[in-house]
Design a protein around this ligand. Structure first.
Ligand code: ATP
Ligand code: MG
Length: 567
């Protein structure tokens, strides 16, 4: 028997360490699971389990840890992860330990969102997996869309996600070098300067027709290129790759390599006005930055041919380009193209509106970075587009915030009740049912707010248990009055939470839901409710996670407002 007792203790301690508390059923299941022969001894072992579980539930987490250290130290040894396997991420082709270089290349044209988090986390996890390096490279070659504010916002977002990069740079740092590479393209006659109108160019590409500019002599293109820096204005001329106007891959039909943009660049002002296209810049930059594995989303797949061809023609080192799927949420657009107009048209309050999938908004709503990382890693490296349910992110988050979320009472639809003969006028309540995150003193008074639905459902003469206070019985319906009837724990007594009227704090809770129904914006996707909560709310720091009892997890946004995180 002592051997079995040991086993029970071991399992109970381990279970309590993981979950804060343990219970008899779980332990019985675990014991039988490892030792089927005990199935016909349940009667004998059950009392042992009961005793041990009671003991384990009484001692603190520190004591549990101490017990494990003394008796079962092997439980504390972390199981080593297999070296080249991070959950969900397959090994990288051609990767050598210490040699892998990845990059995260955001364009500073908007606030970072969960899709960027996915890309950056995968870039970082692969770099870590191979003891490699991660470069953060601002892909800033379109001054019309880019703003200083966004460089900063992206850095703030990555810091929040705790993404560590080994180097930070801007594509615009290399503009002179990109010009040189363009000249090499022109000198090799791999590119030409086209002065056709935008509409003509588009029509020709559709109809697979070459224009006259394509047959220019190399020198003429060089002259035109020089003019792009002086005489030509925006829209007058572009450098085009000499591809194949008959290619089935539309990308290869003489795409743009350089264009004139007169708008001031956020970092370089009006020093430059000739800017490389995404396709040209990304290929050259990846190559010179020493990138070995370049990840991007699947919609860029058709651009790979151009990427590799440019590098081949310039005899430059070629990284390996790898695609993964774009991450999106149902009913929640994850793209700057859709997010920006929502904000500009005032449909949402800003980039941190809690309905949005921007990192600012997720943070404000109470989603923690660790949950985002776990969520992204759980999706793994898929190529098929992922429309994840938001609930999946929520469930990772819930597990993380539960142990630190302070439990507070909050009443949405208050009913006033006067209670006679309560035994005391203040009580101590635990801030968490199982974790040691402190207590608070709660003043009671004889008038409380109860949730109207708790009262409505009450049958005549039925007792109700006020959480932490004891049982009451309604003595009068109007005005509503009740009498304290003791503290006996009956399982059948319905429970209710309450807030003392004299110290009740009025706050607002914002409840976000999906901002889109299909393609349509839902203007009532942010509900606001006025509620009463305990005065202890005032003592919490902004950003504190709360679980309003019987309602759900929220995050304190300000003195007057909390935001609903999830159930
Ligand atoms: P958006 O549509 O939001 O402008 P983008 O791809 O233009 O997206 P970039 O700033 O250019 O945004 O993206 C930086 C990196 O993040 C790129 O590697 C891109 O592939 C990746 N990325 C952007 N959105 C997503 C997404 N929804 N899911 C996965 N990766 C994404
Ligand atoms: Mg972009």
């Amino acid at each position: 028997m002592s051997e079995i007792k040991d086993k029970i203790l071991r399992v109970a301690l381990q279970n309590a360490l993981e979950h804060g508390k343990t219970n008899e059923k779980i332990i019985l299941g675990k014991i039988l699971g490892t030792e089927a022969s005990l199935r016909n001894q349940i009667k004998e072992i059950m009392p042992e389990i009961k005793e041990i579980v009671t003991f384990v539930n009484q001692i603190s987490q520190d004591q549990i840890r101490q017990q494990i250290q003394d008796k079962f130290p092997d439980l504390l040894v972390e199981k080593p992860k297999k070296q080249d396997e991070r959950e969900g991420l397959p090994p990288l082709e051609g990767a050598e330990r210490g040699r892998v270089v990845t990059r995260f290349p955001p364009e500073p044209n908007g606030y970072p969102h969960i899709g960027h988090a996915k890309a950056a986390i995968i870039d970082e996890e692969y770099a870590k997996m191979y003891d490699g390096k991660l470069i953060l490279r601002f892909d800033d070659t379109n001054p019309e869309a880019e703003r200083l504010e966004y460089y900063a916002a992206i850095k703030v977002g990555l810091d929040w996600l705790e993404i560590k990069y080994d180097k930070i740079k801007n594509t615009s740092d290399d503009i002179e070098l990109l010009y040189k590479k363009c000249q090499e393209m022109l000198d090799g006659n791999y590119a030409y300067v086209c002065t056709c109108k935008q509409e003509t160019i588009s029509a020709n590409r559709r109809e697979m027709k070459a224009c006259k500019c394509r047959s220019l002599e190399m020198e003429q293109s060089r002259e035109r290129w020089d003019k792009m820096f002086s005489k030509f204005g925006q829209g007058d001329a572009i450098v085009r790759f000499r591809g194949d106007m008959n290619s089935n891959n539309t990308v290869m039909r003489d795409p743009v390599l350089f264009r004139i943009i007169e708008t001031k660049h956020p970092l370089l002002g009006d020093k430059y006005r000739v800017w490389p296209s995404y396709d040209f810049a990304v290929a050259i930059e990846d190559s010179i930055d020493g990138i070995t594995h370049a990840f991007r989303t699947k919609e860029y797949e058709l651009r790979n041919e151009l990427y590799y061809t440019i590098l081949d023609l310039l005899k430059m080192r070629k990284p390996q380009v790898i695609e993964f799927s774009r991450l999106g949420f149902e009913g929640m657009p994850v793209s700057k193209r859709i997010l920006r107009p929502l904000i500009e048209d005032g449909k949402v309050s800003g980039y941190d509106d809690p309905r949005l999938p921007t990192l600012e908004a997720l943070k404000r709503r109470g989603i923690v970075p660790e949950a985002i990382r776990k969520f992204v890693m759980s999706l793994g490296f898929t190529k098929a587009d992922t429309l994840a349910p938001f609930e999946s992110l929520e469930s990772f988050n819930r597990k993380i915030v539960d142990p630190t979320s302070i439990r507070l009472h909050m009443i949405k639809n208050p009913v006033s009740i006067r209670i006679k003969s309560l035994p005391s006028d203040s009580i101590t309540m635990a801030n968490h049912p199982t974790k040691d995150i402190g207590n608070r003193e709660v003043e009671i008074g004889d008038e409380l707010f109860l949730e109207s639905e708790d009262i409505e459902n009450l049958k005549p003469d039925e007792a109700i248990r006020l959480i932490g206070l004891g049982n009451i019985k309604i003595t009068n319906k109007s005005p509503l009055e009740a009498r304290y009837i003791g503290d006996e724990m009956g399982t059948s007594i319905p429970k209710a939470h309450w807030v003392s009227q004299k110290s009740a704090q009025k706050i607002k809770i914002l409840i976000p839901s999906q901002p889109f129904n299909g393609e349509e914006f839902n203007p009532s996707s942010l509900e606001e409710i006025n509620v009463f909560t305990e005065p202890y709310y005032n003592e919490l720091k902004e950003g504190r996670e709360i679980q309003f009892v019987r309602f759900g997890y929220c995050r304190k946004d300000s003195m007057l407002q909390a935001i609903y995180t999830h159930k």
